[in-house]
Design a protein around this ligand. Structure first.
Ligand code: ASP
Length: 306
């Protein structure tokens, strides 16, 4: 069963013209992470690699491709967590860097803190020699188009929801049975300046614990935080539920308690995994035992050999 990696490219409504790119993006990120795991690499390295690849892919709402805040600017959130030690690192509302997930890892490895925000996160990035990139290099035509449409006083809710997909995340278990998670996002289109979502909040955007498993979440952050979705799912696994049943229970609670929609990827330390969502779409891919599993629509589960 080990190793295994499962990635997602965001829960929401993926427009037809973007569905192929989104599926290809998650498949190649899962394969790259799987190569690391097959070579004996750690689950931490695997999830950072998968998320870095998707941050660099303009199809997704993370790194290059991030959605824009109300002022038309990029502010990004990311988290990662090590299930072996419960060490975690996060950044929120960070600007001008290409790979927030790598900065989150530096916060974990090089500071005594769990989360750095905004200008403080940027200063830390500079002190670590992380290259600053111009904001323009993170903005795509698509994200600018979404921002402009959502600014219109008559913006329709379906269009707004279409702008709400593309957060990226990964969970993995390495050959030693260590679990890890990572999640990265540009957040919600037209969000207020300084808005921080669920993604960098430990237990909401992700959680990893070798005693139960790892989860990366996506969806409506304001509701995900209210039910602490990633930790809630692991709680259900601690109560004996499978990765899939626990994911469904967590998402059902999100819907019934706070009317939230979203998606998750989940693993347990033995390598059982799930990719579940309550939105129209979530691109996802999993690599295990030489097979790539992937899908985008509810109930879709395709496979091919790696
Ligand atoms: N959860 C992210 C946020 O609220 C958005 C998403 O997953 O699409 O920032």
């Amino acid at each position: 069963m080990l190793p295994v990696v499962v990635v997602h490219g965001g829960a929401g409504l993926v427009p037809k013209e973007r569905s192929e790119k989104s599926t290809m993006g998650v498949c190649s990120a899962a394969q790259a992470a799987y190569l690391i795991l097959q070579g004996g690499g750690s689950s931490m390295d695997a999830v950072v690699e998968a998320v870095t690849q998707m941050e660099n892919n303009p199809t997704f709402n993370a790194g290059c491709g991030s959605l824009l805040n109300i002022k038309g600017e990029v502010e990004m959130d990311a988290i990662m967590m090590d299930g072996r030690t419960l060490a975690s690192g996060a950044v929120s509302a960070v600007r001008n860097i290409a790979n927030p997930v790598q900065l989150a890892r530096l916060v974990m490895d090089k500071t005594s803190h769990v989360c750095l925000t905004a200008e403080g996160a940027s200063q830390f990035a500079r002190s670590m020699g992380v290259a600053e990139v111009p904001q323009e290099s993170l903005i795509t035509e698509y994200s600018r188009m979404r921002w402009k449409k959502n600014l219109a006083p008559d913006a329709n809710p379906v269009e707004c929801q279409m702008g709400r997909m593309g957060t990226v995340g990964a969970v993995a278990v390495d050959v030693e049975g260590n679990v890890a998670c990572a999640t990265s996002t540009g957040g919600l289109s037209n969000k207020m300046e300084g808005r921080v979502g669920d993604t960098p909040c430990i237990g909401s955007g992700g959680y990893a614990d070798n005693l139960s498993g790892a989860v990366s979440t996506t969806g409506d952050g304001e509701t995900i935080m209210k039910v602490v979705l990633a930790r809630l799912i692991l709680f259900h696994m601690e109560q004996g539920q499978s990765a899939e049943a626990a994911s469904d229970l967590g998402l059902a609670c999100l819907k019934s308690r706070v009317e939230g929609l979203g998606g998750v990827v989940t693993v347990d330390p033995r390598g059982n995994w799930a990719a579940r969502f309550t939105t129209e779409n979530m691109s996802w891919a999993a690599a295990q035992r030489g097979t790539l599993h992937y899908g985008l629509y509810s109930g879709e589960h395709l496979t091919r050999s790696i």
